[in-house]
Design a protein around this ligand. Structure first.
Ligand SMILES: [Zn+2]
Length: 297
């Protein structure tokens, strides 16, 4: 069995930071998100890896690409073998989780149409993770893709022994980050609510000992101590995260912050200034009961 740690969470929840902290442990490798976005880079060869090289030139990634391709599954920057949804249409039809149970039921009912594709993808993911472990010389793989849907698919692969970390963050921080990117406050708070519902349904699946909820705020308050609790949960030896948590070798893809030098781990809570009291209250109200359950109200 391959030990796989999965970080599930909304966007802007600190998953890139957590990917680096997980990767800093001598026994664990994280590559961040397993489906690199093509939004900014039309040519994925030119996507920068966190190591400083372009992904098409990074030695680590090329070793992984060659290893998987040699086993019969083409893996290149443009043919990303470990991503379940290859096209936008495929993602919308089969791989997008819905908060609405009727829509979600319809999506699930259509999944058998994808049976042969999923079988192929399971093998691609096993080979991909094995190649990443081999190239890194580590024994535990951490996937910080965040998506609940991907987690659900990975939980169905018997070769993976999955540990789930549900990374959560105050909905007021989420809506403040989204507003900075042009989204309205109401829609963003409702999106947080819906996404949490979808994630909760998947989080219910693994056994109790194989999952934990990690609050971004707690992580930032004492990241060295919290990471040791996380390593213990995964079954790894105690380890002190270095002050420069980006000093161990890394090849992480995902948020652009992967390219910056390590910043001190701290929760700045800029939403407290960016949102008025009324806006903060509205965000919490629309975020639904999970916000209160997690102690944000
Ligand atoms: Zn690299």
């Amino acid at each position: 069995m391959i030990k796989l740690v999965y970080v599930m969470g909304t966007s802007h929840s600190g998953s890139t930071l957590l990917a680096f902290l997980l990767n800093s442990h001598p026994e664990m490798v994280s590559i961040g998100e397993t489906s690199p976005s093509l939004k900014r880079n039309k040519d994925r060869h030119l996507l920068p890896c966190s190591c400083g090289d372009l992904i098409g030139e990074c030695k680590f990634w090329n070793q992984v690409f060659d290893d998987v391709t040699a086993q019969g599954i083409p893996f290149t920057p443009t043919n990303w073998a470990i991503s379940f949804s290859k096209t936008r249409m495929m993602r919308n039809l089969f791989y997008r989780s819905h908060a609405n149970p009727v829509k979600e039921g319809l999506r699930r009912a259509a999944m058998p149409l994808q049976a042969s594709h999923i079988k192929k993808m399971r093998r691609a993911n096993i080979l991909g993770v094995e190649a990443i472990l081999k190239a890194s010389g580590k024994s535990v793989f951490a996937d910080a893709s965040k998506s609940a849907n991907r987690l659900e698919l990975l939980l169905q692969i018997p070769e993976f022994d999955v540990r789930v970390i549900w990374l959560v963050r105050d909905p007021r921080a989420f809506v403040s980050s989204l507003r900075r990117r042009g989204f309205d406050l109401e829609g963003s708070a409702e999106r947080w609510n819906k996404t949490m519902k979808v994630m909760e349904r998947v989080y219910d699946r693994p056994p109790h000992d194989n999952k934990m909820i990690l609050k971004y705020e707690d992580l930032c308050a004492d990241h060295k101590k919290v990471m040791n609790d996380v390593y213990d949960f995964i079954g790894l030896d105690e380890f002190e995260v270095p002050d420069d948590y980006k000093s161990p070798e890394h090849h992480i893809i995902g948020h652009k912050s992967r390219l910056n030098p390590a910043r001190p781990v701290q929760n700045k809570e800029t939403w407290r200034e960016k949102l008025t009291t009324e806006e903060q209250e509205m965000a919490l109200r629309l975020a639904g009961p999970k916000a209160a359950e997690l102690g944000y109200v």
